[in-house]
Design a protein around this ligand. Structure first.
Ligand code: RB5
Length: 145
């Protein structure tokens, strides 16, 4: 799969670990930074990643900031994006199954590398269930208008 990834200074270390993990598994990762501990503003990186998702240059996006909260709030301001904050592998499956999330957000300061890998695996293995969830996703998307 093609995956866009971006992070702020609070998330770049986990982002890079997960990037290597995905590439080892044969996926193509578009790394949109940041790649250092120098302070940056997470909305800028949410935008860079989400643009690639909206334009369908990638299959989905992964965002990481310190908590995952700020970067997910920013992502969800962008038309076409449904970003789910994933503190666990169980929620990672549900954001795909119920919300059809096209971006997931992780907290780099609260997620170990092993947890992060499990979260990504769980999201990628899950399928959107449609049905009543499609109705709800349609209503979410209607809120953009
Ligand atoms: C940056 O210090 C921090 O605020 C950011 O990474 C994130 O946790 C915000 O939600």
């Amino acid at each position: 799969m093609k995956i866009a990834m971006a992070a702020d200074h609070g998330g770049f270390e986990l982002k890079n670990i997960l990037k290597d993990y995905l590439e080892e598994k044969g996926h193509t990762v578009m790394n949109l930074g940041t790649d250092s501990s120098e302070s940056v503003d997470y909305p800028d990186y949410a935008k860079l990643c989400c643009e690639k998702v909206v334009s369908k240059e990638v299959d989905f996006g992964i965002l990481v900031c310190g908590t995952g909260v700020g970067i997910s709030i920013a992502a969800n301001k962008i038309d076409g994006i449904r970003c789910g904050l994933c503190p666990s592998k169980e929620i990672a499956a549900l954001v795909k199954q119920h919300n059809n999330a096209n971006v997931i957000a992780l907290g780099g300061r609260f997620t170990s590398p092993e947890e992060g890998k499990a979260i990504i695996d769980s999201y990628m293995a899950a399928q959107f269930e449609g049905g009543r969830h499609q109705t709800r996703v349609d209503k979410i998307m209607a809120l953009e208008k």
